[in-house]
Design a binder for this molecule. Structure first.
Ligand code: SDX
Length: 374
């Protein structure tokens, strides 16, 4: 490596870009903690609201704090007639990720404190986004199907209300629990691409709505959050367990990516997969349809044997959401509804100790030359 040929870490592989006290990803032990608590313990024992509180405040809430947090979130769920109008104007075939990206951007136009980047204002805006994102996701999804929006119900938990606004009904408690678990597992994950995008936007002094809008744009891609939808499309294409291994061999022949597998940080297994798989299996039992989980089991075994590549969280989340009754295009927006908690925690952290994120590039274009005569 000479002065003119600096070391390039393509994709910033292995680069430690800053400190963070929000979560710790430990690939050596396949583990992940939020504010010090193992994610699987949080998923089994807490509600999503408790985990949101934890991410934003550093500690789990006591009963009064949780009650107040729930009441504040439930009270902010409604979206304005103006946003409903914008949503109705979206093209019928708009992708729900594009719809929620645009809706969040519009929420920034409406928010009374958009440009206020103080910590107190950012926290209030984060709560409003947490509460309103499901309403906007649901309204856009229902509009695309020609259905009227469903008013959010402040008496329901965050997870129950999500089903209510999207599907118009709240399913059995074990289905709500599986969904709540998925929200907890998706909430936060260090400097992943969308969070780093949000932090980069924040580092310029821009506001939370801008950071979240950028985070949503980054999350849509199939190498990131878009993989949970791609997984279900893949399972649907395979169709039945008996075809899974042959289908995979065909992918190996073309060196194609298999969605829901691999991870930049975890090389020996994603810490969140066992918990999500357990709840996806429960969904298969509840629905009485083992096909998708059986196919998943065969694909995961074959990927491990032949490629030594483990599944990531999107692999069990895809079939779990399908079994819960959600349409495939909603899967990545669900990720948004959860990850807003992690994004906001990182935005607050970035604001508290900010320095503009501005790396360098190594120029490889044409050598300096004279302008042609004119
Ligand atoms: C998420 O960062 C986060 O934390 C993200 C996330 C979060 O919570 O925010 O965990 C959520 O985004 C999960 C990832 C979802 N994406 C996918 O499932 C898409 C499929 N997976 C990949 O394309 C890939 O594994 C990535 C993008 C996830 C990671 O890419 P890397 O770190 O750049 O790894 P790589 O592409 O360099 O892969 C190393 C090798 C390559 O083979 P060689 O060139 O060395 O021979 O592994 C192979 C890859 O081809 N490989 C795969 C594969 N993933 C890696 N081969 C087939 N199928 C795959 N899925």
């Amino acid at each position: 490596m000479s002065e003119t040929e600096p070391e390039i870490r393509k994709g910033l592989v292995g680069v430690v870009a800053d400190v963070s006290a929000v979560s710790k990803v430990m690939p050596e032990t396949n583990s992940l903690t939020y504010r010090g608590y193992a994610v699987q313990d949080l998923a089994e024992n807490c509600s999503f609201e408790e985990v949101a509180y934890l991410l934003w405040n550093g500690e789990l809430p006591d009963a009064d704090q949780l009650k107040a947090f729930r009441a504040e979130e439930a009270g902010e769920r409604a979206i304005t007639p103006a946003l409903h109008g914008v949503i109705r104007a979206f093209p019928q075939d708009a992708h729900p990720m594009d719809a929620i990206r645009t809706a969040v951007s519009f929420l920034g136009l409406e928010d009374p404190e958009t440009a206020d980047v103080s910590e107190a204002a950012t926290r209030r805006k984060a709560m409003r986004l947490l509460a309103k994102i499901p309403t906007a996701i649901a309204a856009a999804h229902r509009a695309s199907k020609g259905l009227a929006p469903v008013e959010p119900d402040p008496k329901l938990t965050f997870a129950e209300n999500f089903f209510h606004v999207v599907l118009g009904k709240v399913p059995a408690p074990e289905v709500v629990k599986a969904f709540d678990v998925s929200l907890i597992l998706y909430a936060e994950h260090g400097f992943n691409a969308s969070t780093f995008t949000a932090r980069t936007i924040t580092s310029t002094g821009a506001d939370l709505h801008g950071a979240v809008t950028g985070g949503i744009a980054a999350l849509k891609g199939p190498l990131h959050g878009g993989a949970n939808e791609a997984v279900m499309h893949m399972l649907a294409e395979i169709g039945e367990p008996s075809k899974a291994v042959a289908w995979l061999e065909g992918k190996f022949d073309h060196k194609a990516l298999v969605m829901g597998f691999g991870h930049r940080v975890y090389k020996n297994g994603d810490s969140r997969v066992p918990t999500m798989t357990k709840y996806a299996e429960k969904m298969a039992e509840v629905v009485g349809d083992r096909r998708w989980m059986e196919m998943s089991r065969l694909l995961a075994a074959e990927m491990l044997t032949k490629k030594k590549i483990h599944p990531n969280l999107d692999f069990p989340a895809g079939p779990a959401y399908h079994l819960m009754g959600f349409d495939i295009p909603l899967f990545t927006p669900i990720f948004v509804a959860s990850r807003i908690t992690g994004w906001a925690a990182h935005v607050i952290e970035q604001q508290a100790d900010n320095r503009l994120i501005r790396p360098l590039s190594h120029y490889t274009g044409a050598a300096q030359r004279s302008m042609p005569a004119r």
